[in-house]
Design a protein around this ligand. Sequence first.
Ligand code: HEC
Ligand code: HEC
Ligand code: HEC
Ligand code: HEC
Length: 404
Amino acid sequence: MKNYLALPPAGITSLLGVMSCILIFMSALSSAQEIELPNDPLMGQKVFVKKGCIKCHSIFGSGGKIGRDFGKTLVNLGTAGIFARMWNHSPEMSSLLKKNQKMPVFSEREMANFIAFIYFLGYLDEEGAPEKGRKVLKDKKCLACHKIGGEGKAIGPSLDKIRSYANPLSLAQRMWRYGARMSAVMADMGIPRPEFIGSEIIDLFAYLREISEYKTDVFSYLTPGRPTVGERLFEEKNCFKCHRIGNKGEALGPDITRAQLHIGVTQIATLLWKHGPRVWEEMEKKGIDRPLFDDNELADLVAYLYYLKYTRQSGDFITGQQLFIKKRCVKCHAVRGYGGNFAIDLAKTDGVNNYIKITTSMWNHNEKMRMLMEKMGLPMPRFNEKEMTDLFFFLVSSRIKYEK
Ligand code: HEC
Ligand code: HEC
Ligand code: HEC
Ligand code: HEC
């Protein structure tokens, strides 16, 4: 299943020893609308445990059973979406805590790690379905050139060793590596180059491992990938020569910040595979070497692609402003002088400098705000992802404008 975690079945807690050795990579935020890339998305597991969420919630089955499993309910959400769910849940959470228990408070670093970790859950591959993989193997004609489990032809190398790889990304990585030669042989033999959709590579991988005759207890894991390393690789592997991110790079290829890359790691690799031939052709024209990936490089690069949506946030200013009024923030707060003066003018506080600061300060003041709102007879506002995104955008933008 979530085989990039290499977790022992009891999971989460036992990994903590390892996690604490890893240095946190701190870098300044380059602009208010961007969230820093996590160096190690798994850091946030620690926060999940430390803040007591694990007492009631689980992740992929490990943890408490009173609340829902975050691996099921919080995937496919961006930063503001994850926070909106936490926010909506806060009154219930507070009432569930025992009398002597306080609502957990987060430091900015903890909030950043926690949200980056939750965001990461959708990246980890599902368990492949071997019975579906059997059909993929047949349809894609791999056995016309490869031997595995005693079947097939030995035109290419035997695939039996696949069994020693622990995650399906390894298969995608090796196919990429040998892709050009493989495609040439396919063309010679009149076999169409295989394309994959959805989780087909994952299913194929599960089936190949099942039928492999290779015996081993030593498995090689790819780590889930480090987005910060991937960012560097994006540069080193010449991706900027054709893709533009922010104001860097050429817009020869499609805008990948718009692409739907908030999908599982192997599915992103599948997408790269699909585009391979077109891209290789373009590269040849431009005299760029075809990028090969060693060790964990593909995982790192794909992790970076996955986090593109996370780091780049935008929203609708006007809608955000309307929500500020509609959700009654304006009863207590002003923004740049307009609104209530019961609490701090939100354009005047560092608490809204960026998305992580807002989530942290809103969460930490949540209880105080709620009690005041109760006294004033105001209902605690609830948000969906879009609303929270627009509200954040309005607040952060107002703050920047005020500074100038
Ligand atoms: C005392 C038990 C308890 C604790 C501790 C707790 N929760 Fe919850 N939580 C619940 C219950 C019950 C629900 C409502 C059922 C559900 O949606 O999972 C819930 C719901 C949620 C939801 C909404 C889930 C969704 O799908 O929309 C989020 C997000 C959430 N909790 C986050 C947290 C975080 C973050 C922590 C730790 C800081 C935490 N919870 C700690 C009991 C708890
Ligand atoms: C037309 C023949 C052909 C077909 C069909 C084919 N391959 Fe290959 N494959 C090759 C050749 C040849 C190589 C070795 C390339 C080289 O040495 O550079 C190779 C290499 C590989 C490798 C790297 C081997 C290693 O040691 O890790 C993998 C993995 C692989 N193929 C998987 C597949 C899968 C999965 C399929 C079906 C979707 C498939 N191939 C279909 C010819 C083929
Ligand atoms: C020589 C130009 C070129 C280079 C260099 C290049 N790409 Fe591309 N890329 C393209 C083109 C063209 C497409 C569209 C291909 C197609 O439509 O089949 C594409 C498509 C993609 C897509 C799919 C986007 C979507 O919307 O589905 C991703 C992801 C991607 N490239 C990532 C990368 C990465 C990562 C690198 C660096 C390792 C890279 N590209 C290097 C030209 C390039
Ligand atoms: C009933 C009054 C009230 C309402 C309504 C209210 N707040 Fe607050 N808010 C407060 C108080 C009081 C504080 C704490 C200020 C302090 O500790 O000095 C606060 C703090 C904050 C902070 C942290 C500021 C900082 O610098 O740390 C943010 C951000 C914030 N509120 C945003 C909002 C948003 C967004 C809304 C609407 C969804 C809202 N508030 C609605 C009373 C309110």
